[in-house]
Design a protein. Structure first.
Ligand SMILES: NC(=O)c1ccc[n+]([C@@H]2O[C@H](COP(=O)([O-])OP(=O)(O)OC[C@H]3O[C@@H](n4cnc5c(N)ncnc54)[C@H](O)[C@@H]3O)[C@@H](O)[C@H]2O)c1
Length: 258
């Protein structure tokens, strides 16, 4: 690898949006360190403390002490309390744990992958508060008996709030690290394979998650936005939740911005 080649660590790199991000960054001349349960440079279960330790230990070695960018993309849907452990605690452990490696590079950038689900009324404010209190055991217990969509939406709402607060803090913006959230609408990935393969469920989800552009996204379309956010072209955006959703958020929440 040529000296000066930028290095980006991508979690969830084996599939979907993470795989598309890895492919487009690699094509653009980056060295990508992929993290996933399988088929990755670092195999780690980010839903567990041991897996998060593996991530940090191996990232330190593979990145040689510095990272230009981190994309925290790994996520799950429909796994009960494990959804909280992966989507919220795993993502925050990734961002916070790798922050020293980002701080070692000038102009570093980070992206967390959220979701339009963050604004859904299904999100449960009591659960969001438990997540933001950062007590994983308590949050996992609080997930018992809740609907899967409520758990998923709560994990993404808490993640967006955590990122917006962190992004403007001395540790992130103050250290010159630009942190933002990409919030996709429906994307055709393994996460939704069953939905997309069943015409009835496809029609139901299309009604629930309308896309004014008339179709749902391909992973490469989300990866393109992530690629911009980690590139030097993004020199001034921090603390934003950017909906990449075919217009869904603007349609559902309306034109008001406050
Ligand atoms: N597909 C959508 O419609 C959609 C919409 C909004 C947000 N998202 C978000 O996008 C992100 C990527 O999802 P995707 O659609 O590409 O799904 P995907 O299932 O194709 O990819 C997710 C990847 O994360 C990995 N992963 C899951 N649990 C992990 C763990 N414990 N440790 C390490 N890696 C783990 C999986 O192995 C997989 O490779 C997720 O955070 C998801 O919530 C997806």
């Amino acid at each position: 690898m040529a000296p000066g080649t930028p290095v980006c660590l991508v979690t969830g790199a084996a599939s979907g949006i993470g795989a598309a991000t890895r492919a487009s960054l690699t094509a653009g001349g980056w060295r990508v360190i992929g993290v996933d349960l399988r088929d990755a440079d670092i195999r780690a279960d980010l839903g567990t403390p041991a897996g998060r330790e593996t991530l940090l230990r191996e990232a330190e070695m593979l990145a040689d002490g510095a990272l230009n960018a981190v994309v925290a993309c790994a996520g799950v849907l429909g796994r009960g309390a494990d959804t909280l452990s992966v989507n919220y605690f795993g993502t925050i452990a990734t961002l916070e744990g790798l922050r020293p490696l980002l701080a070692a590079c000038s102009g570093a950038r980070a992206v967390a992958v959220g979701s339009v689900a963050a604004y859904f009324p299904d999100a449960d404010e009591a659960l969001v508060a438990r997540l933001l209190a950062c007590n994983e055991d308590a949050a996992r217990k609080a997930a018992a008996g809740r609907e899967e969509l409520a758990i998923y939406a709560s994990s993404k709402r808490a993640l967006a709030r955590w990122c917006r607060a962190a992004a403007v803090s001395p540790d992130w913006a103050g250290a010159g690290i630009l942190l933002n959230v990409v919030a996709p609408g429906l994307v055709e990935t393994a996460m939704n394979r069953e939905t997309f393969s069943d015409p009835k469920r496809r029609a139901q989800i299309a009604a629930f998650m309308p896309a004014p552009l008339g179709r749902h996204a391909q992973p490469a379309e989300i990866a393109a936005l992530i690629g911009f956010l980690v590139s030097p072209a993004n020199s001034y955006m921090a603390g934003q939740v950017i909906y990449c959703d075919g217009g869904q958020e603007a349609l559902q929440r309306g034109p008001a911005i406050s």
